[in-house]
Design a protein around this ligand. Structure first.
Ligand code: ADP
Ligand code: MG
Length: 374
């Protein structure tokens, strides 16, 4: 066990790293953050912030010599950097797990190898793959870059043969997947923690509602039947076992209109849809990440109250800072702002969580508050 007093290293300095840093420091750890951005949300909260590239030899040397264990909050940290660090210190999750989830093609192959069902898709390396893909994948479909997509970026809806080619050119003719667009009943996510000793534990399942490909709100508990819940938890456990995973893992699922559960994608880190755990669970996903990478016993994941989490995107700043007094006036609302200086459309600036005695009330209040903020 890596006990409080030791120093933990975090690669990536966004809001996920920020909440990790706060959770770790509350437990009495020191935290060093590596992120090239001098104003990074996590760097501001850390004991030490190294602003250097994720491949910088000096910075990696500092992280390896100064930290008892290293983790990541961003799946696109170069696997090579993690391999270098792993020669000196435990890196949790490891380079292989990150590599499997950094790329949609590798990720889908991994899911298949773990025995799980995904959306029908075809791998597109070049224009020639498109025509054969269009004979096997029903339209409308979604063309997604294999690497570096997030928040709906790097995706184009394809409705005809001609738009498929345009879409591929628009995305820069890089490797892609063409996915059938499925009819969704809902989207859910499972967040699972697993320690080096093999203890594992899931958080309550969230139902996730998106707008323009970006998470808008998470509703907990999700309104799903016990069978889907059991299948989703088993799928997350199968992925963790397959990857020999240590740390926090998030799995996004589609529940189709005909009741099928499909894995959408996997994130090797805490997840936006787990932010409700900060205020509504005994243990937050970030404290659980600390516990998992330090090989401490995992904390309880009980939901204390039904909750709805709403993202605050930069669009809300169009006419200046939103009026926070609207949220602060309600004692059942918890506001979190990430300390980002520049508000750009689509950029995640913060979130709020509404707690209530039942989901319907939490949802109604969350929707009202969001409308008032706009
Ligand atoms: P990102 O990495 O940007 O989160 P996702 O693949 O999760 O990418 O896509 C973002 C959102 O777009 C999903 O949460 C879902 O709402 C919608 N979406 C993506 N792929 C499909 C699909 N094949 N069928 C239906 N909806 C989809
Ligand atoms: Mg997603």
């Amino acid at each position: 066990m890596i006990l409080p007093g030791k120093t933990l290293g975090m690669l990536g300095g966004g809001q996920l790293g920020r909440f990790f840093t706060v959770a770790a420091r509350s437990l009495g750890y020191r935290v060093v953050v590596l992120d090239p951005d001098t104003g990074s949300p996590a760097g501001r909260m850390a004991d030490e912030h190294l602003h250097a590239a994720y491949t910088d030899a000096w910075a990696l040397e500092q992280m390896a010599s100064g930290c008892a264990v290293l983790s990541t909050e961003f799946e696109n940290i170069p696997a090579e950097s993690l391999r270098r660090l792993a020669k000196h210190r435990p890196v949790r999750p490891g380079a292989d797990a990150l590599e499997q989830t950094q790329n949609r093609i590798r990720e889908k192959q991994m899911l298949k190898a773990a025995g799980l069902e995904t959306v029908p898709y075809a791998e597109i390396q070049g224009l020639e793959d498109l025509s054969s893909a269009l004979s096997s994948i029903q339209l409308p479909a979604i063309l997604k870059r294999a690497a570096l997509g997030y928040d709906g970026k790097g995706q184009v809806t394809v409705t005809t043969q001609e738009t498929a080619q345009e879409a591929f050119e628009y995305l820069g003719k890089v490797p892609c997947v063409l996915e059938q667009r499925v009819d969704l009943d809902c989207e859910i996510s499972v967040i699972l923690a697993r320690t080096a000793s093999g203890q594992s534990c899931c958080f309550p399942i969230a139902e996730n509602r998106h707008r323009h490909g970006i998470l808008h709100m998470s509703v907990v508990p999700a309104n799903i039947d016990a069978d889907i819940k059991a299948q989703a938890e088993a799928a997350a456990a199968a992925i963790a076992a397959h990857l020999d995973y240590v740390g926090l893992l998030a799995v996004e699922f589609f529940v189709t209109r005909d009741g099928q559960l499909l894995v959408n994608e996997v994130a090797p880190r805490p997840h936006n849809s787990g932010h409700f755990t900060l205020d509504a669970c005994v243990t937050s996903q970030f404290e659980q990440q600390v516990r998992a990478i330090c090989d401490l016993p995992l904390g309880a994941t009980d939901l204390l109250r039904p909750a709805v989490m709403v993202n605050l995107l930069g669009d809300l700043w169009a006419n200046g800072m939103p009026d926070w007094s609207l949220l602060l006036a309600n004692p059942q609302v918890k506001l979190h702002l990430y300390g980002k200086e520049e508000a750009r459309p689509g950029r995640k600036m913060g979130h709020f969580t509404v707690l209530a005695d039942d989901v319907t009330t939490a949802l109604r209040q969350a929707e009202q508050l969001y409308q008032q903020l706009r």
